[in-house]
Design a protein around this ligand. Structure first.
Ligand SMILES: C[S@@+](CC[C@H](N)C(=O)[O-])C[C@H]1O[C@@H](n2cnc3c(N)ncnc32)[C@H](O)[C@@H]1O
Length: 292
């Protein structure tokens, strides 16, 4: 992967250059070529060997920091088409799906690949992402995005309508970012291992209700419906306060675990799950205590 682990810039690294106006540029260090922006030109050969965090002058004398981009930067610079999942949601989705090195995870649709790249980074070299998309143009865009990050070998891209099912079985987790995810729950359950993690993102309450109805009555448990609201702050030390504008809504997040159960005829109100009010659970730290 071209994201550096070394303290100095190497040929082939994906770097982020930042000028005094905080505009950021992602480029692959390719000796023989050069970087150009409104602040001037920097030959890539001059970046090799420079310490990350240092400033490098352009031919016009403007200084630019050279940094390693993090996932948030990668997402913001993604070549995109259509709606992507926002970084604030991506991190939480990965946490709730239990994504870690070595796991096999399925997602649909691929879109521009924002979730794909997040998952591909987290599953590591021993894990794998299976990404489904029905529109070829979207898939081509996502493949280009992942190739640039050197993550292609961690992802299998399927050009396939998930209504016809998923090819994989016993997956650890599955995430749906499609308009009507409730139509594909049978296919999703067939692809997941017992206890596997299911998630979806939906923009409207109406869609959430449709999905919750189907999850509630099917082979799923621990249904959770959540929304993440992020407020950023102005960072000038003398007047730190919330930004004047914020993203008010991206999507609702729905999570459930794949289980074996009979279809339910009647709703059991007593099964409502409150993860913060689970009084019968271990007390904090109990699971990690030495056996009594
Ligand atoms: C909102 S975009 C996904 C964005 C993506 N999660 C990201 O973060 O970049 C939804 C995508 O799902 C695809 N899609 C919708 N229904 C599908 C289906 N039944 N099978 C496969 N792909 C589907 C659409 O073509 C579209 O590209």
């Amino acid at each position: 992967m071209p994201l550096a682990l070394t303290p100095t810039v190497c040929s082939g690294d994906l770097v982020m250059l930042v000028g005094k106006d905080r505009r950021t540029f992602l480029r692959t260090v390719t000796p023989g070529e050069s970087f150009q922006c409104h602040l001037g030109v920097i030959a890539f050969a001059d970046l090799v060997g420079v310490s990350y965090g240092a400033q490098v002058p352009t031919h016009l004398g403007h200084k630019m920091f050279v940094l390693t981009p993090h996932t948030d930067d990668l997402i913001r610079h993604l070549q995109r088409e259509g709606q992507i999942i926002f970084p604030k949601d991506l991190g939480y989705i990965a946490l709730k799906l239990g994504i870690r090195p070595g796991v096999q995870v399925i997602e649909a649709g691929t879109g521009s690949g924002a979730l794909t790249l997040t998952l591909a980074q987290l599953v590591g070299e021993d894990g794998h992402v299976f990404s489904y998309e029905q529109r070829e143009r979207m898939q081509t865009r996502a493949i280009a995005n992942l190739r640039r990050l050197g993550l292609l070998d961690r992802v299998t891209f399927h050009l396939h309508n998930i209504a016809e099912g998923f090819f994989e079985r016993e997956a650890h987790a599955l995430f749906l970012d499609v308009r009507e995810p409730w139509l594909y729950l049978d296919q999703a359950r067939a692809a997941l291992r017992g206890g596997g993690f299911f998630g979806a993102i939906l923009p409207t309450v109406n869609q959430v209700i449709a999905l919750a109805e189907r999850l509630y009555d099917g082979p799923w448990y621990f249904l959770e419906i959540e929304e993440i609201i992020r407020r950023a702050y102005k960072t000038i030390p003398e007047r730190i306060r919330p930004d004047d504008q914020m993203v008010g809504h991206t999507g609702f997040l729905i999570f459930a675990r794949a289980v074996e159960r009979e279809e339910r005829g009647e709703r059991d109100e007593g099964e409502e799950f409150d993860p913060d009010g689970d009084l019968d659970a271990d007390s904090p730290g109990e699971w990690a205590s030495p056996a009594k």
